[in-house]
Design a protein around this ligand. Structure first.
Ligand SMILES: Nc1ncnc2c1ncn2[C@@H]1O[C@H](COP(=O)(O)OP(=O)(O)OP(=O)(O)O)[C@@H](O)[C@H]1O
Length: 734
């Protein structure tokens, strides 16, 4: 029969005729060596109770209220049990914690988000992690139990004790993993998680355990101890490893000290405490799995209600008029109207739309504000009386990307390009607005939206101890590439990007350029429908950049499309069918590069550089140059006097040049004048014949001492710089 537990303060009633009352179990106990109870105990040998009788009609037998009270050396027993529970329990607490820290690393280097955006759903990621960690933990725990067995610890020598311990550890493992993983969501950096999390969770389990043991040892507070044991077992998984060792050990000690049982069976270990712990473990699994899901959603910027109302409608965005930007141009306004039309009545507007197809990406009234805290890094950097400051990173961005299109987002540092991409990839929650990818909302239907997405982030999200090839294999497999295609595809990217020789290197040993190439290949492999490329060519050599451009140009046809941010105007000019320039979070202009050049460029740019006076001087015949130091000295003295003359000469040459340009292009405006260099912008209509322009410039080159000149169409860079100037102007106004 089961051993009565100390906490239960088990009492058994015997009839004076020696027959046991109805509620008496078949027990096997010796008389207690010392007891607070005055009652007589029954003794037994071989597991049969020796039922004592007394003169009382009802003999109250208090078997043992606590082992502490049964031994001549109580401290020895308690310290032994307590310390073994402490150390073994601590190990069992630390195993899941150290495994869970890995997830912080995944979040810190954005690998988790990268996997999610590239099609691996959060639940699949968490389930895979949970299975792997639980498997690992079980192996480690099995090894530990083996060690316990090998060390021949008396209380765990018996198979029933080991089995009970094993079963409880087996049940605790998933609960421990889930709980530690949940706590790991408080950390964003692996270092802090590694140093703080084990301490927190050790104490979270240890403090309740000490409390229970303390009350338990007192003997008089056993009911309170049992009650607390119930509570902690049911709410705190980290308490269970300590309690497991303690209560399993105690069964043995109780048996040995009281000499109550010759051999312990499984039934002896089925004490109330053990059963509560087993139930607690089973209860913790769904509870902590739910907490983990909530933590994950909240950490990725989601909302609690998204977890429950999957079919909820998207948050209402502002009206079209409310979203109008302060400085936006006609094209941006037109694009906004198109987005609002497409979202309010998709079928009708699809027919009306010039492209005739539904855009693959629809961004509607996207806005992102960062709070004061995130700007300051702490909440104490601003005075109390100051109103809360907000940084608006993206202002009511509405944009549609059609199939077959590569849309470029340009802007100076801090313009809001990366924030836009981060919202689109679910890394940051929008303050307002909606994003739809391939018809799926990224807030409501995120998993479906991300199945169509490939993302090359600005900062490489790579595991340092995984090889280049393994990264590519993983992402290709996530996108459903199998068999021979897998190797062929990987080889194409490795060869094209010239990283074949690094294929089997861990990424921690790769150069920045190689890692960048790998990030790009990871976004493209498996041909996702929509690819977001955040400055993909940064750090690449020209040859690899060429491959990148070629693959982009070849890839986005038919139903596929891409969004690209870059600081290279050359790249935007070469790859993008449309370009939008963002300034301070606001989309200022949108259109094809030629359209923007026509609209914002000055038509042509004339850049002229005059010869230096010294160069003219050095071109004078050799016989007229000074031959001796005496002559040089005389010349130096004479140049002092002729300095004003030279300055006069420069002014005259410059004036002559300006007159020439005004004569050639009357409507030209001088943009820059520095030393001998003049830059003019020439309106398109001022040029009637390019041939005539060039012939007159060639003539002037000789007559006006022009060293070199260039006459070119306005570049995208010049358009971009124009917007940068606007930015400076608005900053100074603000
Ligand atoms: N987590 C954050 N907390 C506070 N402000 C932020 C945060 N992330 C971005 N910002 C601010 O939002 C603005 C836009 O940043 P973003 O990274 O989107 O610019 P960007 O156009 O991508 O610049 P770059 O070309 O340098 O990558 C910046 O002023 C930045 O300081």
């Amino acid at each position: 029969g089961p051993l009565p537990t100390s906490n239960a303060q088990s009492t058994f009633d015997y009839q004076d005729d020696g027959t046991e009352a109805e509620n008496v179990d078949d027990l096997a106990f010796q008389p207690l060596p010392s007891s607070t109870s005055s009652s007589t105990t029954s003794s037994s040998s071989g597991g049969t109770p020796d039922r004592s009788t007394s003169s009382d009609s009802m003999l109250r037998i208090e078997l043992w209220s606590h082992p502490f009270q049964q031994t001549a050396q109580p401290q020895e027993f308690n310290i032994g049990t307590f310390s073994s529970a402490l150390f073994v329990g601590m190990i069992f607490v630390l195993i899941p914690v150290s495994l869970a820290v890995d997830m912080v690393y995944d979040r810190e280097m954005k690998a988790k988000n990268q996997l999610r955006v590239n099609g691996l759903s959060s639940s699949l990621y968490l389930s895979a992690y949970f299975i792997v960690l639980s498997g690992l933990m079980l192996v480690i725990c099995a090894a530990l139990l083996g060690l316990v067995f090998l060390f021949d610890i008396p209380s765990f020598r018996q198979p029933p004790a080991l089995i009970t311990l094993g079963v409880l550890v087996f049940l605790y493992s998933p609960a421990g993993i889930l709980c530690s993983t949940c706590f790991s969501y408080f950390f964003d950096r692996t270092d802090s998680a590694q140093s703080i999390l084990p301490n927190i969770l050790t104490f979270v389990g240890l403090i309740p355990f000490i409390l229970v043991v303390f009350l338990d040892m007192l003997g008089i507070e056993v009911k309170a101890a049992l009650a607390l044991h119930y509570v902690f077992s049911l709410i705190n998984p980290m308490y269970i490893p300590y309690a497991t060792v303690y209560f399993v050990d105690r069964v043995y000690i109780a048996c040995r000290l009281s000499s109550a049982c010759a051999e312990l069976s499984m039934a002896h270990y089925m004490t109330e405490e053990v059963i509560v712990m087993a139930c607690g473990c089973l209860l913790h699994i769904p509870i902590w799995a739910f907490c983990l899901r909530v933590s994950d959603v909240m950490k990725s910027g989601g909302r609690m209600r998204d977890l429950f109302h999957r079919s909820a409608s998207e948050e209402d965005v502002m009206t079209e008029e409310q979203c109008t930007g302060e400085y936006e141009d006609e094209d941006v306004r037109h694009e906004r109207s198109r987005v609002f039309r497409l979202t309010s009545n998709p079928q009708q507007s699809q027919q009306d739309d010039t492209t005739g197809t539904q855009p693959v990406v629809l961004v509607k009234s996207l806005r992102k504000e960062f709070s004061q805290e995130s700007l300051c890094g702490n909440c104490c950097c601003c005075a109390d009386d100051e109103p809360p400051r907000k940084k608006i990173s993206v202002r009511s961005l509405s944009i549609a990307v059609d199939a077959g299109e590569v849309l470029g987002l340009l802007g100076h540092n801090g313009a809001g390009k990366t924030t836009t991409m981060k919202i689109m990839t679910g890394e940051t929650a929008p303050t307002r607005g909606t994003v739809r990818v391939a018809g799926h909302s990224i807030t409501i239907n995120q998993d479906d939206a991300f199945k169509t997405l490939g993302y090359c982030p600005q900062h490489d999200a790579l595991w340092k101890n995984v090889t280049v090839r393994e990264h590519l294999e993983l992402y290709a497999r996530i996108r459903g590439v199998r068999g021979k295609d897998l190797n062929r595809l990987i080889s194409t990217y490795l060869t094209g990007l010239h990283i074949n020789e690094h294929a089997n290197k861990q990424t921690q040993h790769c150069s920045g350029g190689t890692r960048r190439k790998l990030s790009y290949a990871m976004a493209m492999v498996g041909a996702p429908k929509v690819v977001l490329l955040d400055e993909p060519s940064t750090g690449m050599d020209p040859k690899s950049k060429r491959f990148l451009w070629d693959t982009i140009l070849a890839s986005f046809h038919g139903k596929r499309c891409a969004m690209l941010t870059t600081h290279s105007m050359e790249e935007a000019d070469a790859l993008c069918s449309r370009v939008g320039i963002m300034v301070k979070g606001e989309l200022r202009c949108l259109g094809s590069t030629q359209h923007l050049k026509n609209l914002y460029g000055a038509g042509y740019t004339l850049e002229i550089k005059l010869k230096h006076i010294e160069n003219i001087y050095s071109e004078t015949p050799i016989e007229s140059q000074p031959s001796s130091s005496q002559e040089q000295l005389q010349l130096d003295q004479s140049t002092d006097h002729i300095a004003p003359v030279i300055s006069n000469c420069i002014d005259n040459r410059s004036m002559a040049l300006r007159n020439f340009v005004t004569d050639l292009f009357p409507s030209a405006t001088l943009e820059e004048s520095f030393a001998d260099r003049l830059v003019y912008s020439v309106p398109q209509q001022a040029v009637s014949s390019l041939a005539e322009c060039f012939s007159r410039l060639e003539k002037a080159k000789i007559e006006l001492d022009i060293e070199e000149y260039s006459f070119s169409q306005t570049t995208l860079e010049q358009v971009f710089l124009k917007f940068a100037h606007y930015d400076e102007e608005t900053s100074s106004v603000q």
